[in-house]
Write a protein that binds this ligand. Sequence first.
Ligand SMILES: [Zn+2]
Length: 105
Amino acid sequence: MGRCVGRPASVEFDGPAVLEREERKGDVIGFLHTHPNSDAEPSRRDLRTMRAWVSAFGKPLLCVIEGIDGLAAYRFDDDASDGERLPAVEAFPRGVIIGVDGDGG
Ligand SMILES: [Zn+2]
């Protein structure tokens, strides 16, 4: 999972390094960023950014947001997606984040 540090109006993000990693290993599954002053809801900028990444990668990606109300994860399936919120996501020590997708059968 790529990491970046969010600010209220901007996100620091090393896009070329992420693309390079994906081309080399194909193991990028999504991105984590923080909303230090707001809820863990994707902003309009997040939606635009995620759609662009999904389009560039040609595969679904996760957007994990740590907001003032906790952690939330959204799955973007294509470049028109509004982000499907995962039913569960939890952070564990050492930077491990577990997200549960689907309805659990
Ligand atoms: Zn955001």
